[in-house]
Design a protein around this ligand. Structure first.
Ligand code: AMP
Length: 402
């Protein structure tokens, strides 16, 4: 994989118009931003480009307007909040078609160091189809393109891939660079021992991740709901636990692959069980822990047990690189979060490089208060999974090599 990409540190945009694809896909409630992490994460790249003396044209998608203007998915609130966070005006230049003559005129009138924000790129139906007309419209605004939106890097859209066909200089921003450094390079050329930890609900969601990480890592740890399909593949009784019967053979194959490659594959040795899935998910629940080979037929495994938590934590202790994706149990319930907390704690306490895949694991680590103890928490769910699959991400590939 060519991951040596031109970054904003390799270019100087003084006097130039720079189109910056950000990930401003923030949650909104009644027009108010309820989590501004993604805005804060975009600031270093924006500030660098302003300091260079560029004319900064920001763009992003927000939610799924499905190709037409939806006022409730306008980026207007983002412009307001970015202005506050930067201490500098971010002028919103809205258009129902994102780029039109009035937007072009506003961009032409920009002075060096000024910032504008375009309207939601998904107001245009071509955006998600990587259509040429919208790609050209976007490109017509700028001399240089910077992609800092990791969350959409696994998709080929106009605003992150199509546009690069019509602009010569295409670099990645700091956020994107960090994701490439950690998720890409750390997985491709890890400092060993390299321990990968996978959890979450379903094996089927992570088939390629399991297979790829098995090749790259020294130890693969599997917990969470997906572990029970492996347990069943080993011939164990798993009761009413989450199992995908269509993936039993796949699990057997992966266990054979581990053996052939001489890799350690760690599965739970005990499990925390209950009669039923908690309802509501964070409601009261009566649990007990049993060895992995002693799950009663009418009980369901909902977390790794205490012995497993210790086993997994021990494996982490001797690692130099740890990648983690997916919770060890139904962490939304405090009674069933113990395994996930134990693993998060082990990662927080090690000197190893610790990388948390996006989505649920990122949420779990932050929610449990271990966020600042990790080397890197990915900002992309789907994109980080595809990186772990060893796939080339179109949004990364489209940037110039160094
Ligand atoms: P994923 O989106 O694949 O990372 O899965 C995350 C979800 O898996 C969380 O909502 C957890 O509640 C759920 N999960 C983890 N362990 C189990 C389990 N043993 N049984 C059912 N669901 C689980």
């Amino acid at each position: 994989m060519g991951l040596n990409k031109k970054s904003v540190d390799d270019i100087n945009v003084n006097g130039k118009k720079v189109l910056v694809r950000c990930d401003f896909n923030v949650p909104l409630k009644e027009g108010k931003i309820t989590d501004e992490n993604r805005l804060v994460a975009a600031l270093p790249t924006i500030k660098k480009l302003v300091a260079d003396g560029g004319k900064i044209i920001l763009c992003s998608h927000l939610g799924k307007p499905k190709g037409e203007p939806k006022p409730e998915l306008s980026l207007a609130p983002v412009a307001v909040r970015l202005t506050e966070l930067l201490g500098q005006e971010v002028k919103f230049v809205p258009s129902p078609v994102v780029v039109d003559d009035s937007v072009k005129a506003a961009v032409d009138a920009m002075k060096d160091g000024e910032i504008v924000l375009l309207e939601n790129t998904r107001y245009r139906a071509e955006e998600t189809k990587n259509g040429e007309a919208f790609s050209k419209d976007l490109a017509s605004l700028a001399d240089v393109f910077v992609n800092d939106a990791f969350g959409t890097a696994h998709r080929a859209h106009c605003s992150n891939v199509g546009v690069t066909q019509f602009i010569d200089t295409c670099a990645v921003g700091y956020l994107m660079q960090k994701e490439i450094d950690f998720l890409g390079n750390a997985v491709e050329t890890p400092v060993r021992p390299f321990v990968a930890i996978l959890g979450g609900a379903k094996v089927a969601d992570k088939l390629n991740v399991i297979s790829n990480l098995l090749e790259k890592c020294d130890t693969l740890i599997i917990g969470g709901g997906m572990a029970y399909t492996f347990q069943k593949a080993k011939g164990l009784e798993v009761g009413t636990s989450l199992v995908d019967d269509t993936k039993i053979d796949y699990c057997k194959e992966m266990m054979e692959k581990a053996e052939k490659l001489g890799k350690k594959l760690l599965l739970p040795i005990d499990t925390t069980i209950a009669k039923e899935f908690p309802n509501p998910i964070d409601g009261e629940i009566e649990v007990s822990s049993v060895d992995a080979d002693a799950i009663p037929a009418d009980m369901m495994g909902l977390d790794i047990g205490p012995k497993t938590a210790e086993l997994f934590a021990d494996a982490v202790k001797s690692a130099k690189t740890v990648v983690w994706n997916g919770p060890m149990g139904v962490f939304e319930n405090p009674i069933l979060a113990k395994g996930t907390i134990a693993v998060a704690k082990a990662l927080a306490e090690t000197d190893a490089t610790t990388i948390i895949g996006g989505g649920d694991s990122a949420a779990a680590v932050n929610q449990l208060g271990f966020g600042d103890k990790m080397s890197h928490i990915s900002t992309g769910g789907g994109a980080s999974l595809e990186f772990l699959e060893g796939k080339e991400l179109p949004g990364v590939a489209a940037a110039n090599d160094k």
